[in-house]
Design a protein around this ligand. Structure first.
Ligand code: UDP
Length: 238
């Protein structure tokens, strides 16, 4: 199998066709962005860390019977994935108040939620990815009611599995974002990446940020912090 033409170039990844129509070649980039692309930097080592962390997490989710697009890691910055029709929704799950949730609702960061909250955002850069409710998703034809119910259920199942994983390495999973896609037969699969770029992770002992808030909030260098997350995962074993 060989790498083919560029399919898609995003802020953090490039996707290429391959000679096998059932396989897409993903390359993780060193680019970091925040504030919908207003803040942008090249950070050496970031692509490598997110590729490895995502590979570890998607393998772990497979063991929890949460099917996802990941096939295998093929180099430090590349992995093979299944082709999907991406549903243009960011599905956010929150366990603890932080970020936009705290700002919008005036709730102190760190307040533990009674139960996880699932939110949907419409993936549309020109609109700054607005939060949407079921009726908006329905009106825009982004996903059917059945699919939405499935996305909620899957998001909560992923939350449970990720909580187990991060708890085991002394990290609190504050919130995270996932994306899903449709396979040819219409079934839904977890897609994209799960990494410190897409999760809020706080060290359980010190409450230190081990995630992209370090970059968003100019708190320092993300590379040693992402490396710390990978080290803890690798030390944990499979
Ligand atoms: N998130 C993401 N991509 C986005 C927006 C959010 O991966 O485009 C993740 C973010 O890292 C956090 C969660 O989704 O783990 C919730 O983010 P929030 O809505 O609080 O937005 P933010 O404060 O990051 O703007």
């Amino acid at each position: 199998m060989e790498k083919g033409t560029l399919l898609y170039e995003g802020k953090a990844k490039k996707l290429f066709k391959t000679t096998d129509p059932a396989v897409v070649w993903a390359e993780y980039l060193n680019q970091a962005t925040a504030l919908n692309g207003l803040k942008k930097d090249q950070i050496n080592g970031k692509g490598e860390l997110n590729n490895q962390i995502t590979a570890y997490i998607f393998d772990f989710l497979n063991t929890k019977e949460i099917n996802n697009h990941f096939i295998k890691k093929i180099s430090s910055t590349e992995q093979l994935i299944q082709p999907l029709e991406i549903i243009p929704l960011e599905v956010v799950v929150r366990n603890v108040a932080a970020g936009s949730f705290s700002k919008r609702l005036g709730i102190t960061e760190g307040e533990v939620l009674d139960q996880p909250i699932v939110e949907f955002y419409y993936k549309e850069d020109q609109l700054d990815d607005p939060m949407v409710i079921d009726a908006h998703i329905n009106y825009l034809g982004l996903a059917s009611d059945q699919e939405l119910a499935q996305l909620r259920q899957l998001a909560l199942k992923i939350n449970q599995a990720l909580n187990e994983l991060f708890n085991s390495i002394e990290i609190a999973l504050i919130d995270f974002k996932v994306e899903f896609g449709r396979q040819k037969d219409g079934s839904i699969l977890l897609a994209d990446e799960i990494s410190p770029d897409t999760c809020r992770l706080w060290d359980k002992k010190t409450n230190e940020h081990l995630d992209k808030d370090i970059y968003r909030r100019n708190l320092g260098d993300i590379v040693p912090v992402y490396q710390e997350v990978l080290n803890r995962l690798e030390k944990r074993g499979k």
